[in-house]
Design a protein around this ligand. Structure first.
Ligand code: 1HA
Length: 270
């Protein structure tokens, strides 16, 4: 079977194969650096994946073997953010980070070559990361006049530990796939030629599992990290399930029928 195009974009490729969607940053001549347009296109593609009940897992990757993503395109960095055709300076990759966190489906980063700066934070916020043996991971902010003190720092510290996270940011040195694996930064290292096959195998293994169970596990781990915003996500999932129960529907029906609700008939589990 083959990847089929879902929708045409300027700076990304958006495809699917069965229940797996693949979003590919397509600026290989810039090591897949992102502009506000790249990010806006990714946000749209992720939202399509979110709404499409026939999609169960999403792969995020970069075009070619040289890079997953090299972060914000420094050539369009203006005063206060990255500038697109609308001339507005934006840091809209932060919205994309949130979307990857709240989308109730597994998102898997597939990393070949460089994963750098804001690109490496995209890898970090994905649920799982499969890397080729040529992958290299690096933060450069303090060298190029930037920093991600959000997920890029606080969440990185939760994933690899505080000492390691400070080392990553203070020294801005590259780490090999093997080193990143040993730190618990990524899930698996494969030969370059096998990375897509391995990533698809992981997706297929997840796709055999209960999507609701996976959804709650993701929401619960996010709730632990994301405070009230994370709790909102987990609580929303509970509300969704409650709306499918007879007890939940009794409240709605009683209101619409202008009568008192009768909740006594529903079970009270211990
Ligand atoms: O920190 C944030 C944010 C923080 C808060 C909120 C939002 C944020 C959003 C973004 C970011 C950031 O991403 S800051 C970090 C920005 N990225 C970098 O500092 C990485 C810059 N690139 C590199 O260090 C290297 O290019 C590389 C390690 C990724 C690859 O090295 P390599 O294989 O030696 O290739 P190289 O020759 O350097 O690059 C190939 C071409 O790609 C070059 O263009 P050319 O000379 O052929 O015309 C190079 O300039 C271009 N390129 C690579 N990365 C970028 C880039 N052009 C623009 N922006 C880039 N990030």
């Amino acid at each position: 079977s083959e990847w089929e195009n879902i929708k045409d974009y300027k700076e990304i490729i958006f495809e699917r194969m069965g229940k797996i969607a693949k979003i590919t940053i397509n600026r290989p001549e810039k090591r897949n650096a992102f502009t506000p347009v790249t990010v806006q296109e990714m946000i749209e593609a992720f939202n399509i994946c979110r709404d499409d009940a026939t999609i169960g897992a999403i792969i995020l990757t970069g075009q070619g073997d040289l890079a997953f993503c090299s972060g914000g395109d420094q050539s369009v960095r203006g005063n206060g953010g990255y500038v697109g055709p609308d001339h507005i300076a934006r840091l809209n990759v932060l919205d994309l980070q949130r979307l990857i966190r709240i989308i109730p489906k597994p998102v898997i980063a597939m990393v070949r070559g460089w994963s750098v700066g804001g690109g490496n934070i995209l890898q970090l916020v994905c649920d799982l990361t499969i890397a080729a043996d040529n992958a290299k991971f690096m933060q450069t902010g303090p060298k190029v006049g930037s920093f991600d003190a959000g997920y890029g720092s606080a969440y990185l510290a939760r994933v690899i530990g505080h000492k390691r996270a400070k080392e990553v940011w203070f020294l801005c040195k590259p780490y090999t796939a093997q080193e990143a694996f040993q730190m618990g930064w990524i899930n698996k290292v494969t030969p370059l030629a096998d990375v897509e096959k391995e990533t698809i195998e992981w997706c297929n293994e997840i796709l055999k599992k209960s999507p609701t169970a996976i959804r709650f596990i993701k929401a619960a781990m996010n709730a632990d990290t994301d405070g009230v915003a994370g709790l909102q996500q987990l609580a929303g999932d509970s509300t969704m399930l409650y709306y499918t129960t007879d007890e939940g529907k009794e409240g709605r029906d009683a209101f619409l029928e202008k009568r008192d609700p009768d909740f006594d008939k529903f079970p009270k589990f211990p």
